[in-house]
Design a protein around this ligand. Sequence first.
Ligand code: ZN
Length: 307
Amino acid sequence: MSPETQVAEKGLIGAIEAGGTKFNCALADMRGNVLAQAAFPTLSPEVTLAAVKDFFDTGLHQLQGHFAAIGIASFGPVELNRSAASYGFITKTPKAGWSNTDVRGYFRAAFDVPVAFETDVNGAAWGELVAGAARECSNFIYVTVGTGIGAGIVVNGKLLQGVTHPEVGHMLMPRASLQDDYEGCCPFHKGCLEGLASGTAINKRWGINGKDLPDDHAAWDYQAHYLATMCVNLTQCFAPEKIILGGGVMDKKLLFPLIRHKFLELINGYAPEAILARVDQFIVPTGLAGQAGIVGAIALAQEELKR
Ligand code: ZN
């Protein structure tokens, strides 16, 4: 039997990492091996969703395959409640033109297969669990620090979901321990984490992109302070085995030792020795270097087939 025939008989997985800047897409076999990959800019929903559908149509034709399932890890806010009428929608988003977009429904209608739908950070967290820095973990947190800040929280092997998905980026930061009167750039809160420490905040506050800031700039001490505070809060609330920090801002590798140092200072010994003695294995970078979202979307599609 030729490899093409095996693919056709077993079906294919479609994966979409839907971001506010671009949609990363992949076609994979049932084992999760990526067979084709492309990215499309996030323009209007009509244009971008059609571009993704075209990529899938072309790929399915070339591979002579059919979809078994699709996985989507999307920017948000999104509706994840499966019993809600708006399940699978991007809901009220500041991204122009995308509020109330039925992303999951679009691909359900186009391909008539099971479609898994999660937040972008939940997708990336799932990718870390399956193939990245969180293998061997049942309880961990993946945080992305980029244009915004968000987290996927895995508890006992499952993504944490309450009334909605967690919004770690909007935890309020205590200000007393740091002389900082900047109120942040979040339109909803004064002094929330995203407003103070996201890539957007760095840009607005210092007038320069984070990647262009010199290593000795004061901005990195503020970043370390706020992100370490977040790590302390997450550690005390969720008792994770690991906190993974990804996203564009974390490409600045000098942040990791700064955050770990500040974390130990702020937690002040009040944590298990397993964390305190091995903080370099507790606060860690992504194990998938930019691929966590796609790997996670593939794995979520595989999970959807088991439901
Ligand atoms: Zn906020």
